[in-house]
Design a protein around this ligand. Structure first.
Ligand code: EPU
Length: 338
């Protein structure tokens, strides 16, 4: 464990923001994490845990300790005739973990292929795509409690998962460092290919009886076709969450904007496509200084090179304001603002 001073975070966040951390440490073993938490009194200090840095917008230099969790390891911890329980340490790259599961015939994560980031960050915001969320296959996680220095287990229920939400973004924020995540995966794939784009891609690939690998390949192809690669164009995926409104408000909006994109959710509300709202406000493909809303997916804000976190934040606020003015709907960031 080596604590470095004044380190650029440019290559440690997928927006590519060149902000500095006062202190930076990379942790590759659970024991190191226990020592760090025990000896640095993190309850009193400002700290930020990062994995792949793929869901943060850093708006200023970080006047505290940035802890990059790179603890690795994947293990099958138990199985029965139908399921297998696979535990991944938090510092594994998410997509590599997904590929490991697919390679071994463990089903359930294939729709979540190619999502950027590390395994430890996945439960924080209950990552989701193409009709699946990790809460569907999540069994438990282990996290280091900062105050006691102990490793605590959380069940699926205890994580209070919601749409891009968990207890770790709310009441447990800043109190735990996720160490490992265990998934309950199926030996008998029950594919989830209801999402139109997946069906179209499978058809295009000439696949009629898809395997989990075929579904994963289709998801990878869809993502590559419309989401920019952070290595080429800085971004953090969807910047805003899709907002929920009441059915009454939706019907009112629909009479004014017949093309509006929305679908019912369990609560009885309607979830609107934020990308559509943003596009209708004229932002899609628009460049403002070094920032902009992506040309193929308006929900993804991008850094064309050299943008500061504040410039991206200012663009985000302008977008939020124009959506509010045109539709009377508030869109809130999905990305964590630091
Ligand atoms: N749309 C537009 N214009 C745009 C973008 C989208 O009209 O510029 C419309 C599309 O035509 C479509 C609808 O909006 O009818 C939904 O678009 P899409 O399928 O691309 O999904 P999304 O709702 O924009 C969500 C997730 C993504 C995930 C996709 C696929 C959120 C905030 N985002 O995006 O997750 O990959 O669904 O399941 O829920 C992420 O969280 O970073 C992320 C990329």
């Amino acid at each position: 464990m080596f604590i470095q001073q004044n380190i650029s975070l440019k290559h440690r966040n997928t927006f590519g923001i060149d902000a500095y951390a006062k202190e930076f440490v990379e942790i590759s073993k659970v024991e190191e994490l226990v020592v760090l938490v025990g000896s640095f009194n993190l309850t009193e200090r400002k700290f930020l845990v990062i994995g792949g840095g793929s869901n943060i917008l850093i708006t200023k230099d970080f006047d505290g300790m940035v802890i990059k969790n790179t603890i690795k390891g994947i293990e099958k911890i138990k199985e029965d005739t139908d399921f297998v329980w696979v535990k991944s340490m938090a510092g594994e790259v998410w997509h590599e973990f997904v590929l490991y599961c697919i390679g071994n015939g463990y089903a359930g994560l294939e729709n979540l292929s190619l999502i950027p980031g590390y395994v430890g960050a996945a439960p924080m915001q209950n990552i989701g795509a193409y009709g699946a969320e990790i809460k569907d296959t999540f069994d438990a996680l282990e996290a280091l409690e900062i105050e006691s220095g102990e490793i605590i287990s959380f069940t699926n229920e205890q994580c209070k998962f919601g749409y891009r939400e968990s207890i770790f973004k709310n009441e447990a924020k800043g109190k735990y460092i996720i160490v490992s995540v265990t998934f309950k995966l199926s030996k008998n794939p029950k594919l989830n290919i209801s999402y139109g784009a997946i069906q179209q891609m499978l058809e295009k690939n000439g696949v009629s009886n898809p395997s989990i690998k075929d579904v994963s390949d289709a998801v990878i192809a869809i993502r590559k076709s419309k989401l920019p690669d952070p290595l080429i164009l800085g971004n953090a995926g969807s910047f805003f969450k899709n907002p929920e409104i009441s059915e009454a408000q939706f019907l009112k909006l629909k009479s004014q904007f017949p093309q509006i994109v929305g679908y019912p959710v369990a609560s009885g509300n309607i979830k609107l496509a934020a990308g559509w709202l943003i596009e209708q406000c004229g932002w899609k493909g628009k460049q403002v200084g070094n920032t902009g809303a992506h040309k193929d997916q308006a929900l993804v804000l991008v850094n064309y090179g050299g943008a500061t976190g504040n410039e991206i934040w200012s663009l985000a606020m302008d977008i939020q304001k124009s959506v509010q003015e045109k539709f009377g709907v508030t869109i809130n960031p999905e990305v964590n603002i630091v």
